[in-house]
Write a protein that binds this ligand. Structure first.
Ligand code: NAG
Ligand code: NAG
Ligand code: NAG
Ligand code: NAG
Ligand code: NAG
Ligand code: NAG
Ligand code: NAG
Ligand code: NAG
Length: 572
């Protein structure tokens, strides 16, 4: 008895403490918010509550620059090539029906959190094609309480369609969408705090600063029409003299170097004015998000013991471009504007007013939440915990790459002037490699064109180095001949394109199973030249498919290192 009593007592205490000490999560996700056009500079509430009180991960990326594929990846911790939710519309139907078809309505974040003892709440946009026709076919699972924006009014700022706790949908004419989401968030937060025996997750997903979009369902799929975002009346006068930052890649004199980017003409003054107006409207719509952030913080501040045990995240599903590389309003490109997005986190153990440059992506978010909640990581996660707290930084060596992928069309959102409302040949694979010593972006397009940028010296992606055969290029690639570097990046991309689980976070170990090559710098060693230059198949495509059709994607697997290819033994 003496032996068992303390054990039982400890187990009992552990169970109680385990429940009450698991942290809460509030996850705020805007829609299409950029980082590269400085939208956060116009957000005093985000500055005050996140930038000052938390850590800003400045090298955070979405792995697929489009709402639905990005959100499904985020909610499952899986790469889009593993969810195969790759688009929002037919022919490779993305959206809610595909999410259900792929089995994720039985197996995703809120269900996992409920199993771990959480109450879960969500308000705002979940994903595309979650609509008045699909929201009961079947019901989305996993939420204790919810109020979803659903199509066709998801992106109707002043006439949203919503379904609350699976009740019959309603339209909200005359109510400003983001304000409705803010009220819901505060109400759910009150419920979550009242149910104090369980920790909570609250997802808050307003549509600002997405374009005002109407998604009309037709027999052949939804038809999208786009217009600039619509601010709340109280914000419509703001920023009247602000324009898009005139970065070097703003409507440049030379076109891009690959696929349809080569064909874009320079924007004329009417188009630039149109884009500047669009930009101001984005900043104005973000002011309602500011009010939403303040409302949530006010409610939390009233319950200091809850605030002290809550992690808050502020991010976006993907980025946005407006005139960079001559592009009209839109997303879905692999460029920094579309993929490198806000990610800020505050909470227990997280450094305040800190900036981090560790690369991370949306597939890392669920693993991060699991880690913080003390839930064992799943083997099928394609991401890994971001070392957000000081204790995590001591033992987590995060990988140095981010895998970005895309299949399908580039939809032009501001199509008043531009004539064309979509571009084909927008299927591509990109890898970003970021360390203290190098910062690279490498892309293979479905047209088999390539791009390679030295992001340290060329952050605006103006000089494609792919064909630069000058081995003395004055960049951080310094001693690395471009040809040799390309062979390593090709192998990395080849490893990542179909990776699952640990191969996604430790791709160099798949290439070098002995584990002695851990990063690009290791792989650049000359003893591996023969292996990479002569024995690794290239990443190629045989056509520009609109979905993930493996038969069009060339070699699917890399070749692993063999001793006989050692360039040292071969040289001697
Ligand atoms: C992805 O889904 C499409 C159907 O939408 C299918 O044709 C394709 O084979 C799937 N790809 C993979 C890799 O499962
Ligand atoms: C939330 O849902 C979970 C799973 O169904 C359930 O165990 C829990 O009791 C619910 N919480 C509340 C407050 O109803
Ligand atoms: C709101 O949208 C619905 C669906 O398009 C439409 O039937 C209704 O007339 C709209 N209401 C207003 C006030 O615009
Ligand atoms: C806009 O006008 C305000 C007030 O006149 C001024 O302080 C600010 O610098 C101007 N901003 C720009 C971008 O011109
Ligand atoms: C810009 O181009 C559009 C489309 O060709 C045209 O309608 C518009 O008049 C042009 N504006 C200027 C200022 O040239
Ligand atoms: C798309 O790419 C294919 C293959 O490279 C090319 O033949 C075709 O002309 C391109 N289409 C457009 C509209 O650029
Ligand atoms: C690089 O060179 C290849 C082969 O000459 C050519 O087909 C391709 O268009 C070039 N790419 C760029 C970006 O210049
Ligand atoms: C070349 O490298 C030096 C040292 O890093 C740097 O100061 C200079 O700006 C670089 N020049 C170009 C053209 O990139």
């Amino acid at each position: 008895m003496r032996i068992y009593a303390p054990t039982l007592l400890l187990a009992g205490i552990g169970a109680v403490i385990g429940r009450s000490t698991k942290p809460n999560f509030i996850f705020i996700m805007t829609d299409d918010q950029d980082m590269h056009m400085n939208s956060l500079d116009y957000q005093q509430a985000v500055q005050k509550h996140f930038v000052q009180e938390g850590t800003w991960f400045k090298k955070h990326f979405c792995t697929v620059s489009q709402c639905c594929p990005s959100r499904v990846s985020l909610l499952t911790g899986k790469a889009a090539h593993n969810t195969n939710v790759t688009d929002v519309l037919p022919p490779y139907v993305g959206g809610y029906p595909k999410f259900v078809e792929q089995g994720f309505n039985e197996d995703y974040l809120p269900l996992w959190l409920q199993e771990a003892g959480y109450n879960t709440y969500y308000t705002g946009k979940m994903m595309n094609s979650h609509s008045i026709n699909t929201y009961e076919k079947p019901r989305i699972k996993g939420w204790n309480a919810s109020d979803f924006l659903i199509d066709p009014g998801t992106y109707s700022y002043c006439n949203a369609s919503m379904t609350r706790n699976h009740e019959p949908y309603r339209y909200l004419p005359g109510q400003y969408s983001t304000d409705v989401i803010a009220d819901n968030a505060v109400e759910f937060l009150g419920d979550a705090i009242a149910a104090s025996d369980r920790p909570f997750f609250l997802g808050v997903a307003p549509i600002g600063p997405h374009s005002e979009t109407f998604a009309e369902e037709t027999p052949t799929g939804a038809l999208l029409t786009f217009a600039p975002p619509v601010p709340a009346k109280r914000h419509a006068h703001l920023f009247s003299n602000v324009t898009i930052p005139r970065t070097p890649n703003f409507n440049p004199d030379a076109p891009g170097t690959a696929s349809y980017l080569k064909t874009l003409r320079q924007l004329n003054q009417s188009e630039i004015d149109y884009n500047d107006d669009w930009y101001r409207k984005r900043l104005q719509t973000l002011q309602a998000v500011e009010d939403l952030v303040e409302s949530i913080m006010a409610r939390l501040t009233a319950s200091p013991e809850v605030l002290a045990n809550t992690y808050l995240i502020y991010t976006s599903d993907n980025g946005f471009h407006l005139s960079q590389h001559r592009l009209p309003p839109g997303k879905s490109c692999g460029i920094e504007e579309d993929t490198n997005i806000p990610f800020l986190i505050r909470g227990p153990g997280i450094a305040k007013a800190a900036v981090e440059h560790i690369p991370s992506s949306h597939t890392d978010i669920v693993p991060t939440l699991f880690h913080l909640a003390g839930i064992p990581l799943r083997a099928d996660f394609d991401g890994e915990p971001i070392p957000v707290t000081r204790t995590m930084q001591q033992y987590t060596a995060k990988s140095e790459h981010v895998n970005i992928e895309f299949w399908g069309l580039h939809r032009v959102e501001g199509n008043i002037f531009f004539g064309q409302n979509q571009h084909v040949n927008n299927t591509y694979k990109t890898v970003r490699v970021i360390s203290d010593d190098y910062n690279l972006a490498y892309t293979v397009w479905c047209t088999n064109e390539h791009e390679l940028y030295d992001m340290t010296h060329d952050p605006y992606q103006m000089t494609n180095l792919y064909n630069n055969t000058n081995t003395n290029t004055n960049t951080t690639l310094n001693t690395w001949p471009i040809q040799t570097l390309k062979s390593r990046l090709n192998a990395l991309l080849l490893t990542l394109k179909r990776c699952k689980g640990r191969d996604c976070t430790r791709p160099w170990t798949k290439l070098h199973p002995r584990g002695n090559v851990k990063n690009l710098k290791d792989a650049m060693h000359m003893r591996y030249d023969k292996f990479y230059l002569e024995h690794q198949p290239p990443v190629t495509f045989s056509e520009c498919a609109l979905g993930q059709i493996l038969g069009t994607e060339g070699s699917l697997e890399p070749v692993a290192w063999r001793e006989e290819w050692d360039s040292w033994s071969w040289a001697t």
